[in-house]
Design a protein around this ligand. Structure first.
Ligand code: FHN
Length: 438
């Protein structure tokens, strides 16, 4: 009996101590996760002093210029003194986002170059102290987002090519920066947590923190428990996501996929391929760069981007589409044009995207499905014939109509699947939507 009581007590202690480390999202956080999944469309903004160099005449990711061109810190720092975005008008940005049908914005608060786009007190390497502009861009944008009802998330790079204590170095930012070959890793983590505290206390309620850069030092002790608990303590509703290119880590509230549909790995980033039960998001560029690149005119068409957004929705994922503003504070006109086309499409068809969850059929060559209650939206994106055979659904189909004109779609359920008639005369250029009621 004594042995039994002893074992029981031991198990109790073990379960209590593990329960304490298991992350339990608050109800507010869970509500925000639902909101996030309903929102479906976000705007990613990569803006920093690197935009002054605009990619330096090369293709590729312009925000990496410091590392790509091996610019030492004491020279790169001069960029801040040329960064004067006098034409930045946050009201214009947010209005543009709203017209595009965007529900939230995620902006770089600090990218890999270590420069803070906000008024940081723990460092003077920030927009207020080092640029002639001298204003806190994040604050200006947050105020405007609050006014216009858009949520704001902060991107934060854990990787840092500027901070001396980011040591031992990772795979990038080595040698050329001019930092001494010494440093105290724990001091760097303290610094990062202090900046995160600023971001979570000085800007009101934020949507969440979008981490990036852990992949630079995969095996380092990032003290994630501490950082994640800090964020959840300061703002329990704030959602944490990390672009570490791995399966989600406890404490995270959403999972992200970079430039690939969930589970795909055409870019080489998403090596695990697992799609978790957390809300998911995919981010995408409009050309080949996140930061403003003056040379890269290889813009994806609005049709291509809308179709990717639809496929992402078919996976239940949000679509976070990027723009890299110019150093004068204006958004590239080509990006505005694309966003406006997307906004028009969403004005008409948003009902089939916003507030939906993934549909019963996994996105495939011909298209994708989304679902809201008893309605399934079948998005035909690419079909060379008039018949579409889909797997039988696990419930009975009551009716099928074309979303555009409510006219009936002929269908037949066979033992091999459900055969739908999608005549060419009914086709739309981007997406022919069939509304299935079950
Ligand atoms: O290196 C960054 C890159 O500059 C950009 O910020 C993207 C956005 O997903 N993430 C990193 C690469 O994984």
């Amino acid at each position: 009996m004594r042995r039994f009581i002893f074992l029981f007590m031991l198990l109790l202690i073990i379960s209590i101590s593990t329960a304490q480390t298991v992350y339990q999202p608050t109800s507010q956080n869970l509500e925000n996760r639902e909101w996030f999944q309903d929102a479906k469309f976000g705007l990613f903004i990569h803006w920093g002093v690197y935009s002054v160099m605009a990619g330096g005449g090369d293709y590729g990711v312009a925000e990496w210029i410091m590392n790509q061109k091996q610019i030492p810190i004491n020279h790169y720092e001069r960029l801040a003194s040329f960064f004067n975005p006098v034409e930045f008008d946050p009201a214009e940005w947010v209005l543009m986002a709203k017209k595009a049908g965007i529900k939230y914005i995620t902006i770089t608060s600090k990218h890999h170059d270590g420069f803070a786009m906000f008024d940081s007190k723990i460092s003077d390497y920030d927009i207020v102290e080092r640029s002639p502009y001298g204003k806190d861009i994040l604050k200006m944008l947050k105020d405007e987002c609050d006014k216009q009802g858009i949520k704001l998330f902060f991107y934060y790079s854990q990787l840092d090519w500027h901070h001396p204590d980011y040591y031992p170095r990772g795979n990038t930012g080595k040698g050329f920066t001019g930092r001494p070959e010494s440093g105290e890793w724990n001091k760097y983590i303290d610094y990062m947590n202090a900046q995160l505290t600023e971001l979570l206390t000085n800007y009101g309620e934020v949507g969440g923190i979008w981490f990036d850069g852990m992949w630079d030092k995969k095996n380092a002790d990032w003290r994630l428990d501490e950082t994640y608990s800090l964020i959840h303590k300061l703002q329990p509703g704030a959602m944490i996501g990390s672009n570490h290119h791995m399966s989600p880590i406890p404490g995270e509230d959403f999972q992200m996929f970079e430039r690939d549909l969930p589970g795909e790995n055409t870019m080489g980033f998403n090596q695990t391929g697992t799609i978790s039960e957390l809300p998911i998001e995919m981010c995408e560029t409009m050309n080949g760069s996140w930061g403003f690149n003056l040379k890269d005119q290889n813009y994806k068409s609005s049709k291509q981007l809308i179709q990717t957004m639809i496929k992402a929705s078919g996976y239940g994922a949000n679509f976070l589409l990027n723009t890299g503003p110019m150093p004068n504070g204006k958004i590239q006109p080509e990006n505005i044009d694309t966003l406006m086309v997307m906004g028009k499409w969403l004005d008409k068809y948003g009902e089939t995207i916003y507030g939906t969850r993934k549909g019963p059929i996994k996105p495939t060559n011909w298209g994708a499905t989304t679902r809201k209650g008893n309605t399934i939206y079948l998005h035909v994106l690419n079909l060379d014939e008039e018949n579409l055979l889909i797997p039988n659904l696990d419930t009975k189909i009551k009716s099928v109509v074309f979303f555009d004109d409510n006219s009936k779609v002929k269908f037949e359920t066979t033992e091999f699947g459900t055969l739908l008639k999608v005549p060419f005369t009914k086709r739309q250029k981007i997406d022919t939507i069939l509304e299935i009621t079950i």
